[in-house]
Write a protein that binds this ligand. Structure first.
Ligand SMILES: Cc1cc2nc3c(=O)[nH]c(=O)nc-3n(C[C@H](O)[C@H](O)[C@H](O)COP(=O)(O)OP(=O)(O)OC[C@H]3O[C@@H](n4cnc5c(N)ncnc54)[C@H](O)[C@@H]3O)c2cc1C
Ligand code: FES
Length: 302
């Protein structure tokens, strides 16, 4: 028996109110209507006769719902053909969301389309008096998402990383995360998550440093794995958004469970605290397809 109300489990049609081409491969659809989603939650997007796939909510302001997506396969390529005024089915919202305390100093790490839910999260957290370090990474400047929108928010310091160095730091967004955490370590309190960091004398003496309370991340699993390792080593709590193959979206089919805990990413995820992720042996190693078959992250699928 699901605790999710029936009205959220059944698809409801929403009309596309606006379409924005973000980059060559990425679009944002604005749907006329709110699902009451919180940052980090996802919806199942249905195109009758094509397929139904999970997508993060890129924004829900109580009036409209936004989805930002890459056209990568059968469903998303068909979805990308929809025009303003067309209808699509949405079910949800499903899953866990990011959790914070008002006034916290938080680092957001975004890779790929992860920048969309991170912008939603940034808007909500600054509204609660949080100050943010937002790190957006992409292959090159033409693939960066939501940079202007993030720049327009108050209390946000934006850090950009590109693999080719076309803008910002040349390298990975996780390198910037490590620099931020090492230059401003958090006082060690309670039980450590991993190997405690040992701050240098220079950082201990830096009185202006405002310690980072939490790190939130959304992006490719290889990036999430590094965020998990880095935040554990600096003893900073983190919440990461996990993707697994989803069918029902609300906990009945079991397709999205992760080994060895058997927790369902559509219910106990997609936003998972690092202390739980550190117990999931498959994190960063393998995932399962629609038939439950394992695929390693570092080897081709077929
Ligand atoms: C919680 C969650 C949030 C997501 N948020 C976004 C988002 O905001 N924007 C975005 O562009 N993409 C998002 N995705 C990925 C998106 O679901 C896939 O890109 C989409 O399913 C591809 O479908 P396709 O038919 O176009 O391509 P296919 O060729 O069928 O698949 C391409 C890739 O998508 C994966 N995929 C296909 N179907 C599913 C499914 N039912 N569940 C999970 N993965 C699937 C496949 O394993 C494959 O690696 C999210 C996935 C999850 C699990
Ligand atoms: S998608 Fe069915 S249990 Fe998670």
């Amino acid at each position: 028996m699901s605790t999710i109300p029936l009205q959220s489990r059944l698809p409801k049609t929403y009309r596309i109110k606006a379409i924005k081409q973000e980059t060559e491969m990425v679009r944002t659809f604005t749907f006329d209507g709110s699902l009451g989603a919180k940052p980090g939650q996802f919806v199942m997007v249905w195109m009758p006769g094509v397929d139904e796939v999970p997508m993060s909510v890129a924004e829900d302001d109580g009036a409209v719902t936004r989805i930002t997506f890459f056209a990568v396969g059968d469903m998303t390529n068909e979805f990308a053909k929809l025009q303003v005024g067309d209808l699509a089915g949405l079910r949800g919202p499903f899953g866990t969301h990011y959790e914070w305390e008002p006034g916290q100093h938080i680092v957001l790490v975004a890779g790929g389309y992860g920048a969309a839910p991170m912008y939603f999260l940034a808007k909500e957290t600054v509204g609660h008096g949080c100050t943010l370090e937002v790190i957006v990474g992409a292959r090159g400047k033409e693939h960066l998402l939501f940079v202007k929108e993030l720049e327009s928010l108050p209390h946000v310091s934006l850090h950009i990383a590109t693999n080719d160095g076309s803008v910002g730091y040349k390298g990975f967004n996780v390198d910037i995360l490590e620099k931020l955490l090492s230059s401003c370590p958090r006082p060690t309190k309670g039980k450590p998550l991993g190997t405690p960091a040992s701050p240098t004398r220079a950082t201990r003496d830096n009185k202006k440093c405002s310690p980072i309370d939490q790190v939130f991340a959304c992006g490719p699993e290889v990036m999430l794995k590094r965020v998990s390792e880095i935040t554990a080593s600096y003893n900073v709590p983190s919440q990461l958004s996990m993707e697994r193959y989803m069918k029902c979206g609300y906990g009945i089919c079991g397709n999205c469970v992760m080994d060895p805990l058997g927790i369902r990413m559509c219910v106990e995820g997609p936003v998972v605290k690092n202390e739980v992720l550190l117990k999931l042996a498959e994190f960063g190693k393998y995932h399962r397809d629609d038939l439950g078959k394992k695929h390693n992250f570092d080897t081709p699928k077929k």
